[in-house]
Design a protein around this ligand. Structure first.
Ligand code: ADP
Ligand code: TRP
Length: 341
């Protein structure tokens, strides 16, 4: 037992800096699309590359049991998501990449935390209210979802948890649960994490101009076969301005998507093409498709290779589990002892 380990500190080039442990969970709900790549995967990888950070990224496949009941689908989704992180360059040697269900200590910690969680706190969670309004299967797992999420975080003494705005309340609940347990045992057994809210990440529009989302069927599937991706790009909704006429780049979905991927010169040139006339939406879509293929060409190949050989993904996840298991064991041991088990 004892207090949680202090953050590891390093003296480097006469500068003092503290190693931050970054942790985040990724639900496995299908094959990631362009919105997921630009909004979550690439920023996550960038954050993991900053000196002084060590990143714990895991696939939240126990959370996905609240909605996905078919085992084969859940397994396939885990691989599709893991393959995307690996294909886009997440460094699993330097960091920690694992599957939630491989570390069952998380379920034990969930139980302890749930006994320090007031019922009204769970009943008032926005995300539960939202899901219970929308879904037909309102199960206990949906209700206790925030406790499992708190256990995910507290099990690894995480310092910072990058999440979207919709998860902010879950982080506040995590801190409340940790504080309640610490208070009850009279010792700082669990480390209180900070949330890092991604306010600035742009919402990537889908082919119909709404937020790109699997649930709206408007995705650009960067890992799909070339034919499928081409059809999606060519299907982006545009207005009916004739080819010869000038077009307004600032109200066009194709241009918005192009801007997210192109460099300054390419953007300026495309703007001129729109304003100059004699440039059709078909041309712009082809340019966008080329850009996607260029940017993700290598990642697409790698993704395909991994999906054709899931054992490679499995090996990475197992190796990740081996790396994090001792941390989970020591934290859960600390909690057990503090509670007298
Ligand atoms: P979906 O809406 O397709 O089901 P998820 O909710 O599973 O996507 O999102 C997974 C991650 O990707 C989240 O961090 C979310 O913020 C990010 N993300 C999803 N769609 C977009 C988008 N259109 N633009 C930017 N980020 C997105
Ligand atoms: N609930 C998060 C989401 O829907 C996923 C998640 C599960 C998570 N466990 C976590 C995020 C722990 C951060 C930390 O996006």
């Amino acid at each position: 037992m004892g207090a949680p380990p202090a953050q590891a500190s390093y003296i480097c080039a006469r500068k003092f800096f503290t190693m931050a442990r970054i942790l985040t969970g990724i639900q496995s709900t299908g094959v990631p699309h362009l919105g997921n790549a630009l909004g979550a995967i690439e920023p996550g990888i960038e954050m993991s590359q900053q000196a002084g950070n060590e990143s714990f990224f895991f696939i939240a496949d126990l959370h996905s049991l609240t909605t996905v009941k078919d085992a084969a689908t859940r397994k396939e989704n885990v691989y599709a998501v893991a393959a995307s992180w690996l294909a886009l360059g997440f460094d699993v040697e330097k960091n920690f990449f694992y599957r939630q269900s491989d570390i069952p200590q998380v379920a034990e910690l969930t139980w302890y935390l749930s006994c320090f969680t007031p019922y009204p706190m769970l009943a008032n969670a926005h995300s539960f209210k939202d899901k219970s309004d929308r879904l037909s299967d309102v199960n206990g797992g949906l209700f206790t979802y925030p406790v499992l999420m708190a256990a995910d975080i507290l099990l690894y003494d995480a310092d910072q948890v990058p999440v979207g705005k919709d998860q902010k309340q879950h982080l506040e609940m995590t801190r409340d649960m940790a504080g309640a347990l610490n208070n009850a045992v009279g010792e700082e057994i669990l480390k209180l994490p900070e949330s890092v809210i991604r306010e600035t990440v742009q919402t990537v529009p889908g082919t119909d101009g709404q937020k790109m989302s699997k649930s709206y069927g408007n995705t650009l599937d960067i890992f799909a076969p070339a034919k499928v991706l081409k059809k999606q790009v060519m299907g982006i909704t545009t207005d009916s301005t004739p080819l010869e006429e000038p077009k307004d780049p600032d109200t066009c979905n194709v241009f918005t998507l192009y801007q997210l991927l192109a460099n300054k010169e390419q953007i300026a040139e495309m703007r001129q093409n729109y304003l100059g006339g004699n440039y059709g939406y078909g041309h712009a879509k082809k340019a966008l498709l080329n850009l996607i293929m260029e940017r993700y060409g290598e990642a697409r190949e790698k993704h395909q290779e991994l999906m054709a050989n899931p054992q490679l993904i499995e090996d990475q996840l197992q190796a990740g589990a081996e790396k994090v298991r001792p941390i989970a064991n020591s934290v859960v041991e600390r909690v057990r002892a503090s509670l007298g088990y």
